[in-house]
Design a protein around this ligand. Structure first.
Ligand code: NDP
Length: 436
């Protein structure tokens, strides 16, 4: 069995620190963020004053207990998404060769699942069968249930990794905490066809983003009888972003989350809890803050956000098209410049990869993170600047992606050695051209 790629992630000390921080700080943060957005006017100061007056007991009092309604909503949604993942038709797609030399196979039915999900959700509302405002009204209980449920799910992943790994891309690094945190298996599956990471990352996590964006919009409509232009801009941009994600889902299966990060607490808890709660938070704020932007400003923000989403998409598309055609494509109208980089798999085989050094990938080594962060800014800015909290996601994303750029550089350096150095000499900046 191959050993865990622990050398390519952070050191043990940093892993302990981030794990303890994530375990102890993230769950209360999710609840505090929800409480502040929904019950404290989005004001951190108001929540802080409440906690100062009521202390720890006050915090325990605002933490919603997971209710039967919350569990039912989560179970219904998860079962629906799992069924769509298994049953909807889709093209057979091969993922990238794994470190142990395997090639995972997927069914590309993400766009179909996304369409069916949104059409079903809107139809349930339209025909009066299920009102999405119920989701908003039970949001705290749902997040609370997700926090505990996902933790148990990660324990299941850890046990499965030990007892019944799905492929040779699995293994222990000998440290239980690191195994639990970074994961044991790269491609865990239930039977041959149900890929767990596709479920947690795409069909549960990313899908919940779109579902909640629509929920917030409907809640504002039912509450006020209309949807403010700020909410419209926010919802459209988030939906375009998630639509882009599902349009390109097979491409996502080539990225770090799927091809390099194992299924553990870090990635799975993040997708099951952090994405639905934190990623959607600008919309959660807007429900009770129907800011009026005016047509001109709303259209300007919308256009800027759409442009950023397009550039982010085009960066990913460029790299994947370049790899798919083995470099035989045009990049910005010209033959691409490239580095042919060889590396060894964990089983000792020598393979080669192409590194693109022109187009977006010639501006900096992770330029695609710039439009990703900018797009998040544009779907948040309709909230204007009365409160900081709606901007938390933008700040968090900036930290996450700067860290990710470093992690990816470290991983690629250890994978490609001198070829990566050649790339760094040619493309000097890591993220922001001329600055970093
Ligand atoms: P990338 O798509 O950047 O993939 C990184 C991998 O691409 C590297 O590990 C390497 O893999 C390969 N690679 C690196 N440089 C080159 C090159 N010059 N030419 C060809 N291949 C190269 O990874 P991400 O997963 O970080 O990003 C994917 C998308 O997801 C982006 O749009 C990003 O913005 C988005 N994202 C969003 C997040 C969010 O929370 N909103 C979080 C993370 C990402 P190999 O081993 O194959 O060589």
């Amino acid at each position: 069995m191959a050993s865990t790629e622990s050398k390519t992630v952070h050191s043990a000390a940093l892993t302990y620190f981030s794990m303890i921080s994530l375990l102890t700080l993230c769950p209360p943060f999710v609840i505090l963020l929800w409480y502040t957005m929904v019950h404290a006017d989005g004001s951190i100061i108001q929540t802080f004053d409440y906690l100062r007056q009521h202390g720890l007991q006050g915090f325990v009092d605002i933490w919603p207990r997971p209710t039967v309604t919350a569990w039912k909503i989560i179970a219904g949604y998860a079962a629906f998404e799992a069924a769509l993942q298994l049953l909807l038709p889709g093209k057979r797609v091969e993922g990238p060769i794994s470190p142990a030399g395997n090639r995972p196979v997927y069914k590309a039915n993400g766009m179909a699942a996304y369409t069916v999900t949104l059409v079903t959700y809107l139809s349930l509302w339209w025909f009066g069968i299920f009102n999405p405002t119920i989701v908003y009204d039970h949001l705290g209980e749902i997040f609370s249930a997700l926090i505990f449920g996902s933790l148990i799910f990660c324990v299941f992943l850890y046990i499965k990794g030990h007892l019944a790994p799905s492929s040779s891309d699995s293994g222990s690094c000998g440290n239980i905490i690191i195994d639990f945190y970074w994961g044991m298996e790269l491609y865990p599956r239930i039977s041959k066809n149900f890929d767990i990471k596709v479920f947690t990352n795409c069909r549960f996590g990313m899908m919940s983003w779109a579902v909640l964006a629509v929920t917030y919009c409907i809640k504002q409509y039912e509450q006020n009888g209309r949807v403010a232009d700020s909410m419209l801009v926010n919802t459209i941009l988030m939906l375009v972003y998630v639509t882009k994600f599902f349009w390109w889902e097979a491409g996502y299966w080539n990225t770090m989350d799927i091809a390099h990060d194992r299924a553990g607490f870090y990635i799975c808890w993040g997708c099951l809890v952090w994405v639905p709660s934190i990623y959607t938070s600008p919309g959660m704020y807007l429900v009770n803050h129907p800011v009026h932007l005016g047509t001109q400003l709303a259209l300007f923000i919308l256009a800027a956000g759409l442009l950023c989403i397009y550039i982010n998409y085009d960066c990913d598309r460029q790299r994947q098209e370049f790899r798919r055609t083995n470099g035989k494509c045009l990049v910005w109208g010209k033959a691409p410049s490239k580095i042919v980089a060889s590396y060894q798999t964990t089983s000792g085989e020598t393979k080669t990869s192409l590194l693109l050094t022109s187009g977006w990938w010639g501006l900096s080594r992770h330029f695609h993170y710039v439009p990703e962060i900018s797009a998040a800014f544009f779907w948040t800015v309709p909230a204007l600047f009365n409160h900081f909290l709606p901007y938390f996601y933008v700040v968090f994303l900036t930290v996450l992606l700067l860290d990710r750029a470093k992690r990816d550089d470290d991983r690629c350096r250890s994978k490609y050695g001198k070829y990566w150095k050649l790339y760094c000499d040619k493309v000097r900046y890591r993220v922001v051209p001329g600055i970093y």
